[in-house]
Design a protein around this ligand. Structure first.
Ligand SMILES: Nc1ncnc2c1ncn2[C@@H]1O[C@H](COP(=O)(O)OP(=O)(O)OP(=O)(O)O)[C@@H](O)[C@H]1O
Length: 197
């Protein structure tokens, strides 16, 4: 049985059919890139995978358990999710660590791997560059140490050197299953599977 199985997933907003009968499987430890032009439904798909968005039909299974209102809390505990725009809701990295009950010291190694000074944790996010913010937030989400991470455009603000560092960090975590949206070729080429919407 696949670790994650998406079957016949369909989602529409009024007359806009965004996800049409989509099926795919993901094995434990696989790295999956979701690609597609703007507006094709990448974020909509990620939100359904986290249980935040509801499909109109179809099923999402994690380890044989179907995602539903009843199982959402338990299954969400398997996932670290980095949505776009989370930086607008918090003041600094330490605050996000507190909210997620992560010891900031436990992510110092991630920050170092991504070339960030640990004082970036206390600096207001509004003072950080786009790429610094993105590396910091990704470091924190990885600090949740969940078996699955779902990353919405983790490379959008990064230069190629930073992307290489992020790939080295993420690919170096044993058995981590990664589902991400991306427009970046290098990231995509590293992935085991590409879902093209
Ligand atoms: N809550 C909503 N209500 C109505 N329409 C929505 C809603 N959320 C998304 N959509 C529509 O669904 C489509 C897909 O949006 P989505 O954000 O998933 O695209 P995307 O592929 O992630 O795009 P981008 O690359 O620009 O981030 C768009 O046409 C969008 O307008």
């Amino acid at each position: 049985m696949a670790f994650i199985e998406i079957k016949n997933l369909t989602k529409r907003f009024d007359n806009n059919l965004v996800i049409n009968n989509l099926s795919f499987k993901i094995d434990r430890g696989e790295k999956v890139a979701i690609k597609g032009e703007s507006g094709k439904g990448k974020t909509t798909l990620l939100r359904m995978l986290t249980g935040i968005g509801q499909p109109d039909s179809g099923t999402i299974n994690f380890g044989g358990k179907t995602l539903s209102n009843d199982s959402a809390k338990e299954l969400r505990a398997l996932i670290g999710y980095l949505p776009q725009g989370i930086d607008l809701l918090i003041d600094n990295g330490n605050q996000l660590c507190n909210l997620l009950e992560i010891d900031p010291e436990s992510i110092f190694n991630h920050l170092e791997a991504l070339g960030l000074n640990k004082n970036k944790l206390t600096q207001p996010l509004s003072e950080l560059s786009g790429g610094e913010k993105q590396r910091l937030l990704t470091s924190i989400i990885l600090g949740l140490k969940r078996p699955i991470v779902i990353l919405d455009e983790p490379t959008s603000a990064l230069d190629s050197n930073s992307i290489q560092k992020l790939i080295k960090l993420i690919w170096g975590i044993p058995n981590l299953t990664v589902i991400s949206t991306t427009h970046n070729r290098t990231w995509e080429q590293q992935c085991d599977k590409i879902i093209d919407l």
